[in-house]
Design a protein around this ligand. Structure first.
Ligand SMILES: Cc1cc2nc3c(=O)[nH]c(=O)nc-3n(C[C@H](O)[C@H](O)[C@H](O)COP(=O)(O)OP(=O)(O)OC[C@H]3O[C@@H](n4cnc5c(N)ncnc54)[C@H](O)[C@@H]3O)c2cc1C
Length: 279
C-alpha cells in the first residue's frame, strides 16, 4: 500500500553544510535527489522509510567541470551528484570526455526520468541494473563522499560491497563523481526488453585503448569489472579466449527480466560486438 503523505517528513536544508549537519545528527534520514527511485518504493509500499532529507536545492552538488583535485594530478571530469541525465546529455564536456556516459544517459527512462533522475541517485541506489555503473567502472571513476567532518574518494571498483550495499555510511552524501582522462575508444550497449524505456537485462561499457577496460551490469550482485577478459584482449588474446574468461567472471541469475543462460549468451555477444565495432 502507498505510504500516506501525512506519515512522511521532509527536511529541506539550503546548504550542503546544513544537510551534512542534519545527517550527522540523524543518520536515519534518507537523502532524496530526483526521487525517481525512492518514489517507486513509497508508491508500492515496499519502502519503510518515512523521514527524508531533500537534496534537490543544494546547488553545490550541481555542475559539470574539469577540475584538478590535487595540483600534481591531470584534470579530471567532475560531475556533481545532482547532475541529471538531461544535464549530462547537454554537456559538451561530457560528450567530449565521456561519450559512453552520454550514450547511457540517452537510454535511461524517458524524458521525465532524464529530467529528474540524477547520477548520484543512480550510484547511491546501487542496483546491479543501474545503467551508469558499468560506464563509471570502465572509466575508472571515483565517488566523492562527504560527511560533516571529512571528504573521501572511493574508486568505483571498491565502492560496492554486495547486492545494493556500498561503503557509503549513512551520514555521508555523494557529492560528485570524478572521472580521470579515458584513453581509447569508448563503447556502450544496453539490452532490454524493448528499444526504449526498458530496465536493462544486461549492459556493457568498454574502452579500447592501450589498456582495455570492460564493465558489465545485471550479471552479478554488483557491477562486474571484467579484468581477466580485458587483460587477455590487451595482451593480444583471441576473442574466443576472452569470451571463455568472461563466462567465468560473471554470475548472472534467473529473475523476472531474464534468465541466467540468456545473460551468459548475450554477454559473449556483446563482447564480440565491442571488439568488432572498436577495431
Ligand atoms: C519509469 C522509470 C524508468 C527508469 N529507467 C531507468 C533506466 O533505464 N536505467 C536506470 O539505470 N535507472 C532507471 N530508473 C531508476 C532511476 O531513475 C535512476 O536510478 C536515477 O538515476 C535515480 O536518481 P534519483 O536522483 O531520482 O534518485 P533518488 O530516487 O532520489 O534516490 C535513489 C537512492 O539514492 C540515494 N541518494 C540519492 N542521491 C544521493 C546522494 N547525493 N548521496 C547519497 N545518497 C543519495 C537515496 O537515498 C536513494 O537511496 C528508472 C526509474 C523509473 C521510475
Amino acid at each position: 500500500m502507498p505510504a500516506g503523505a501525512s506519515a512522511l517528513s521532509l527536511a529541506r536544508p539550503r546548504t550542503l553544510k546544513a544537510a551534512l549537519a542534519l545527517l550527522a545528527e540523524d543518520p536515519e534520514l534518507m537523502p532524496i535527489a530526483g526521487c525517481t527511485d525512492v518514489f517507486v518504493g513509497l508508491h508500492f509500499g515496499t519502502s519503510g522509510q518515512r523521514r527524508f532529507i531533500d537534496l534537490w536545492g543544494l546547488d553545490e552538488l550541481r555542475g559539470i567541470a574539469l577540475v584538478r583535485p590535487e595540483p600534481s594530478e591531470a584534470p579530471v571530469l567532475r560531475i556533481g551528484a545532482l547532475a541529471t541525465y538531461t544535464d549530462i546529455i547537454a554537456s559538451a564536456l561530457v560528450r567530449r570526455r565521456l561519450p559512453m556516459l552520454v550514450a547511457a544517459a540517452r537510454e535511461i527512462g524517458g524524458a521525465q526520468i532524464q529530467n529528474r533522475g540524477t547520477l548520484g541517485g543512480n550510484v547511491a541506489n546501487a542496483s546491479p541494473a543501474g545503467d551508469t555503473l558499468p560506464v563509471l567502472a570502465a572509466a575508472n571513476a571515483r565517488i566523492v563522499l562527504r560527511s560533516a567532518g571529512a571528504e573521501r574518494r572511493v574508486a568505483m571498483g571498491e565502492y560496492y560491497t554486495g547486492y545494493r550495499t556500498s561503503v557509503r555510511q549513512a551520514h555521508e552524501l555523494i557529492t560528485a563523481v570524478e572521472i580521470p582522462p579515458v584513453a581509447g575508444r569508448q563503447w556502450w550497449r544496453k539490452v532490454g526488453t524493448r528499444k526504449a524505456q526498458a530496465i536493462s537485462k544486461i549492459m556493457m561499457a568498454g574502452v579500447r585503448g592501450p589498456v582495455v577496460r570492460i564493465a558489465i551490469g545485471s550479471v552479478a550482485p554488483t557491477v562486474v569489472v571484467a579484468d581477466k577478459t580485458a587483460r587477455c584482449l590487451s595482451a593480444g588474446g583471441t576473442l574466443a579466449e576472452a569470451q571463455a574468461l568472461l563466462g567465468d567472471e560473471i554470475t548472472p541469475i534467473d529473475d523476472v527480466r531474464s534468465t541466467r543462460e540468456y545473460r551468459h549468451q548475450v554477454a559473449q555477444n556483446l563482447l564480440a560486438q565491442f571488439w568488432r565495432e572498436t577495431e
